[in-house]
Design a protein around this ligand. Structure first.
Ligand SMILES: *Cc1c(COP(=O)(O)O)cnc(C)c1O
Ligand SMILES: [Zn+2]
Length: 557
């Protein structure tokens, strides 16, 4: 253990410094992003692989490749080893066969910053630091505050003006000193640095980049192990074709990229993933530079997004590192608006049962775009970093009418409440089942896709949906129920979509019902022409069906 050597390599000038002697920046050029290198003389990959299954379920099972000299200094809350969840419903609607969600919401403080906190706070404990200053948009401070509390390290947390109060309260609960500024994140970082210098308190800056990159790297190791279990393959572990994340400072994908690179060098995987880097369109310096094919980003001075977590206006050299990675191994930068992010949050909650914070909504909105653009292909193995939990649920997402109130104030107090009064109170609640509902039939043989479409449409109170899993059942249902709208797939066993449409057009009572076709089939020119004359809308699968789509559909009825 004491033989372990950890050397930090400057990402700019490649000067090496022993971790022990590191002061927060490269001694030669002042660069703050440095990468840890380990001396692997005493490290045998085969022995390590054989031991892993017996090791504990925290990210410290990879301690040989983490920047800590002595494992006695570990400060842990059981972070890491989060599930890799297969997203079938969302995958079906996007036309993706292998969509996986790395559920980082399940960390001790609800975001993937727990990884960074366990590594950083353990390293600080090893360095005998007992007070630390950090600037944060929220989640880093919450995680540092929790781990700091366990280690007896006092935290001074500086927040930009956009940070939601609930996040600051959470950090305060763990005993951190909370300083809220009226400025943006970049200004807050400068203020925190000045405060640290004046007060002579340790500034988590250099250690932050080392800890962040090394900690985020453990996500790659876990994905490698988990994907091998899920998919198998010719190598001990397996890399996805894509790793997708909503990005602010960029430490997540930089770390994950480094992790896969190490696994590649160990011979554990034989290919590197492409990176899908998503930013909030109100603060997207990386995306803007990428679109101009520039290796250096122009800082955004005045971020215009309410998603504080992603509001780093000046990504600095982190962007160059990510740009270089995508040049070498592939990848794409894309942005999504706040509104698209909130819409994605709803889709994810209703179809996969995952409630995520707005920054993660940006990630999924970006994924939808990359699929629509054809950058991500149907057969690609895709892993999405589900980076943080929504707690509490943002008001903007649910809107006004999310609960139904049963007013009991006019009813006599318990225990004398006659049941019939309660029942009549209940009757006043609008449960939405008026006889004026619009009836929609969905015919689709892929059950996951059928359920997804129906759930999205049924989220509108004025609609009632019924499903048929093949053409024959679909025709029966249409005859019996005369819907206002029919949504059908084309390729189905037995009676296909063409026959359903033909039958409707040849039946007088069904002739005028609008038809929407959703298909993955490559259509011939003739099929396309025929369909255009018969149907109201023709959609390729992979076109994302969201509430906007439903609104436009309903406007046709
Ligand atoms: C920090 C954070 C991000 C952005 O992470 P970086 O890799 O540092 O850009 C995204 N989502 C959540 C929930 C975060 O806390
Ligand atoms: Zn340097």
């Amino acid at each position: 253990m004491n033989k372990k050597r950890i050397v930090l390599e400057c990402t700019y000038c490649h000067t090496m410094t022993e971790l022990r002697d590191f002061s927060g920046a490269c001694p030669a050029c002042g660069e703050v992003i440095v990468e840890a290198r380990y001396d692997f003389n005493h490290f045998d990959v085969q022995t390590w692989l054989a031991q892993l299954p017996q090791r504990g379920r925290s990210l410290w099972r990879y301690h040989e490749v983490l920047p800590l000299y002595n494992t006695d200094h570990i400060v842990s809350l059981g972070e890491g080893q989060t599930p890799l969840i297969k997203a079938d419903a969302l995958g079906a609607s996007l036309g993706l066969k292998h969509l996986y969600i790395k559920d980082e919401r399940q960390g001790p403080t609800g975001s993937f910053k727990d990884r960074q906190a366990t590594v950083a706070i353990s390293a600080l404990k090893e360095m005998d630091v007992n007070e630390v200053v950090v600037a944060s948009t929220g989640n880093v401070a919450i995680a540092y505050a929790a781990y700091g509390a366990r280690a007896g390290i006092k935290l001074w947390a500086f927040f930009p003006s956009l940070t939601p109060n609930d996040k600051m309260r959470e950090a305060a609960l763990y005993g951190a000193e909370i300083i809220k500024t009226t400025g943006n994140y970049d200004q807050t970082k400068v203020l925190a640095a000045q405060f640290a210098q004046t007060k002579g308190v340790f500034l988590d800056r250099g250690i932050k980049s080392v800890a962040a990159i090394e900690a985020m790297k453990t996500m790659a190791y876990e994905i490698g192990e988990q994907l091998a279990q899920a998919l198998g393959g010719g190598t001990p572990w397996r890399a996805p074709d894509w790793f997708i994340q909503g990005v602010s400072g960029g430490m997540g994908p930089i770390g994950v990229g480094k992790g896969f690179r190490e696994m590649y060098d160990f011979g554990l995987i034989d290919a590197m993933p492409a990176l899908g880097i998503i930013q909030s369109s109100g603060c997207a310096p990386m995306v803007e530079a990428f679109e101009r094919k520039q290796r250096v980003a122009t800082p955004v001075e005045d971020p215009r997004t309410i998603i504080a977590t992603l509001a780093t206006g000046n990504p600095g050299r982190a962007y160059e590192l990510l740009y270089d990675y995508t040049e070498q191994y592939g990848g794409h930068f894309a942005s999504a608006s706040d509104e698209e992010a909130f819409n994605a949050i709803r889709i994810l909650a209703r179809n996969e049962g995952l409630s995520v914070e707005p920054a993660t909504g940006v990630t999924f909105a970006g994924l939808f775009k990359l699929v629509r653009m054809g950058v991500i292909r149907p057969d690609d193995v895709v892993v999405v970093n589900c980076s943080g939990h929504t707690m509490p649920v943002e008001k903007t997402i649910l809107g006004e009418q999310w609960q139904k109130l049963v007013d009991l104030s006019n009813v006599a107090p318990a225990p004398k409440v006659p049941t019939e009064h309660l029942v009549s109170a209940l009757e006043k609640v609008d449960l939405g089942d008026s006889p004026h509902k619009k009836r929609v039939v969905v015919i689709e043989d892929n059950e996951a896709a059928a359920r997804l479409i129906s759930r999205i449409i049924q989220s509108r109170p004025e609609v009632e949906v019924r499903l048929a899993y093949n053409g024959a059942a679909g025709i029966d249902l249409i005859r019996a129920w005369t819907p206002h709208l029919v949504i059908t797939d084309l390729m189905m066993p037995g009676v296909d979509g063409f026959t359903v449409i033909e039958t409707m057009k040849n039946t007088q009572e069904l002739h005028d019902i609008p038809i929407v076709v959703i298909t993955a089939k490559e259509l011939t020119v003739r099929e396309r022409d025929q369909l255009y004359s018969q149907v109201d809308m023709l959609l390729q699968k992979g076109t994302f069906i969201d509430e906007e789509f439903v609104t436009s559909l309903l406007s046709k009825l």
